[in-house]
Write a protein that binds this ligand. Structure first.
Ligand SMILES: Cc1cc2nc3c(=O)[nH]c(=O)nc-3n(C[C@H](O)[C@H](O)[C@H](O)COP(=O)(O)O)c2cc1C
Length: 164
């Protein structure tokens, strides 16, 4: 059975995710993009993964720097999620408070938590590449409510109804 891209997208819209901004530093320049393909992979060793479109400039930057940091976004950073998905690269970091992670990747102040990673493996995934990251540093920064992406819209987990 052939599944069209449109059908696949329509199906995946039913699967809510958190929202992150993945950053890296390459040639002394910061790169960052909004990512929801972030997944926890292994506890021992501590591994995560992200899947990045091969056509993106961020793909080249992560592929060459072999480091990335995952910033987990709270519900008050929706505008930043949109910015890091749509604005030109030079505008994305403007006005942000940043700190530098161990790998040199920028951490965005106000994120709920970050994971600083070294790329230990890369796997082809069709038009994306799966970058496995070994966590070299990580920290929880605050206890804000996470931002959720669902059906092409943004939500706060704070509005979600806990099931009995
Ligand atoms: C909620 C959301 C999640 C996204 N997740 C991913 C992802 O997991 N992988 C990816 O390659 N692009 C993802 N994107 C698209 C990139 O953020 C977008 O293409 C970005 O402009 C790429 O930046 P660049 O062109 O500077 O590399 C996502 C976009 C949104 C809005």
């Amino acid at each position: 059975m052939e599944i069209s891209g449109e059908t696949l997208k329509a199906i995946m819209r039913n699967y809510p995710t958190g929202v992150t901004i993945v950053t890296t530093v390459y040639n002394n320049e910061y790169y960052g993009l909004t990512v929801n393909s972030f997944t926890s992979l292994s506890l021992n060793p501590p591994l995560v993964l992200i899947a990045i479109d091969k056509r993106l400039q961020s793909h080249e930057a992560i592929d060459k720097s072999n480091v990335y940091a995952v910033n987990i976004l709270p519900d008050d950073m929706k505008d930043l999620a949109i910015k890091f998905a749509t604005a030109p690269r030079e505008e994305r970091f403007k006005g942000l408070k940043l700190r530098t992670a161990k790998t040199g990747a920028p951490i965005i102040e106000g994120s709920i938590a970050y994971l600083d990673c070294k790329v230990t493996a890369k796997y082809p995934g069709g038009d994306h590449t799966i970058f496995i990251g070994e966590i070299v540093d990580a920290q929880i920064l605050n206890n804000k409510a996470p931002l959720i992406y669902y059906n092409r819209g943004y939500y706060s987990i704070a509005q979600a109804k806990p099931l009995p």
